[in-house]
Design a protein around this ligand. Structure first.
Ligand code: ATP
Ligand code: MG
Length: 420
């Protein structure tokens, strides 16, 4: 019988890497806490309608990439392809708008998109994102941008460029859309089939097309920044001056429109040139119309999503400490083995990473194993140690040792020995 394999576009995260993920997720949670954002957990699947309305059905995500199926009760449900729509749905359904505003939420989730798998592009992938509701001010935009900036700085990823743009509001976009349609109409025959389809539905989407020819044509397209109304221009200017004030470097890229339909005003991307074509590691923007789109009252919103697989490609894992056992308790004989279990139990409760033999290995084999798993110290227990109540704690790195009373082995004494 053939052995089973994981579905295409999925990846197993093994122990040799999972601690790096835990480091990244830990950093993210820590930084969110310092910015005073709270976690929200929503279901992995939603009624399909949530994404159709919340993401927009002219997007690639909704039109081509969703894992949609009919459940046994005949309902159409979809595995979430992104986080925002579900969070907006939860924000409205749970009346979070009744709590002190702004609502500052973050999520760490798996997303599902039926795409062509390649480096940095999977069918099940991980996103970290935030959503901030209730604030229209440019200060909110700057705060939201400063959060991923802080993350990249603290995890030591350089070479990431922040690109920002404003895509205006309904008013300024109407005129821009006319100009854009007129521009692309002339070149209609050269555009890809998908973009031909987009031309009258949502011409801004063409600027986001990945095909070579559409990119070339887009390079000469009218720029939204030339069409901004006074309010949108003032908002964008304030965002820029706040970023300047916070020493957050950026470039203005008038062709960033973002892949999703619901954005207005500020949009931004953090892009790395070190991971090939899939260079966008974080993208976001303002989406003031989104809550109405999902049938709620109007609340301004702004957020972003970060692709964690792409961050992992950039993270220098060598600098992340793999959590190794602080002590290996080797034992010879029945009595000592039983005591090792008891001692480990006490140490683990005390907060020590401790391991002992459950493989019925010889002492020599136990020590070899302790070395392989990178244990920092060890004690060897036999009848003699149990009778005297004393043992040698030994460093696995330099061989130094020190006598210690068994009752006195604890987090503090092990740490002291390690730091001696
Ligand atoms: P792309 O242009 O690369 O397809 P997108 O515009 O579809 O990205 P968003 O919907 O904005 O992406 O999602 C936010 C982030 O999630 C992206 O910037 C990227 O880092 C990550 N991401 C999106 N799709 C995938 C995927 N299939 N696999 C891994 N990461 C992804
Ligand atoms: Mg995409």
């Amino acid at each position: 019988m053939a052995s089973v394999t994981a579905p295409k576009g999925t990846a197993d995260i093994l122990p040799r890497d999972s601690y790096k993920w835990q480091y990244l997720e830990g950093k993210i949670r820590d930084i969110c806490a310092r910015f005073n954002f709270s976690e929200i957990r929503t279901p992995v699947f939603e009624h399909t309608e949530v994404f159709e309305r919340g993401v927009g059905d002219t997007t690639d995500v909704v039109s081509k990439e969703m894992y949609t199926f009919t459940d046994k009760g005949g309902r159409s449900v979809t595995l979430r392809p992104e986080g925002t729509a579900g969070v907006v749905r939860a924000f409205l359904e749970n009346g979070l708008f009744n709590e002190p505003m702004p609502a500052k939420l973050y999520y760490l989730i798996n997303c599902f998109r039926y795409e062509k798998p390649q480096k940095g592009r999977l069918r099940q992938f991980s996103q970290f994102g935030i959503e901030l509701f209730g604030a229209t001010s440019p200060a909110a935009d700057a705060m939201v941008i400063s959060l991923p900036y802080t993350i990249f700085k603290e995890i030591g990823i350089g070479d990431i460029e922040l690109k920002i743009n404003s895509i205006g509001c309904k008013t300024c976009r109407a005129e821009y859309r006319r100009a854009l349609t007129a521009y692309f109409e002339d070149k209609k025959d050269s555009l890809c089939a998908t973009c031909n389809d987009r031309l009258y539905k949502n011409p801004m989407r063409i600027l986001d097309c990945k095909s070579e020819i559409c990119r070339e044509i887009s390079a000469g397209a009218p720029k939204i920044l030339d069409y901004l109304c006074d309010d949108c221009r003032a908002h964008f200017d304030s965002v820029k001056s706040l970023l300047n004030c916070m020493n957050i470097g950026y470039t203005v890229d008038p062709y960033i429109v973002r892949g999703l339909d619901y954005y207005n005003r500020t949009v931004f991307e953090f892009v790395s040139s070190n991971i090939g074509a899939q260079g966008t590691v974080c993208g976001g923007g303002r989406y003031d119309g989104m809550t109405e789109q999902l049938g709620g009252a109007s609340y301004p919103g702004i957020g972003f999503a970060m692709g964690l697989e792409r961050i992992m490609l950039l993270l220098n894992g060598d600098e992340i400490a793999r959590p190794e056992p602080q002590i290996y308790i080797a034992a010879m004989g029945e009595r000592a083995k039983a005591y090792a279990a008891l001692l480990a139990q006490r140490l683990i409760s005390d907060g020590v990473r401790a391991e002992y033999d459950i493989m019925e290995r010889s002492l020599k084999a136990q020590m070899k194993y302790a070395d392989k798993i990178g244990a920092r110290t060890c004690v060897v227990l036999g009848d003699n140690e149990l009778d005297t109540g004393r043992a040698l704690i030994k460093s696995m790195t330099d061989g130094a040792s020190s006598e210690i009373a068994l009752d006195n082995i604890n987090l503090q004494t092990i740490t002291e020995f390690l730091n001696r």
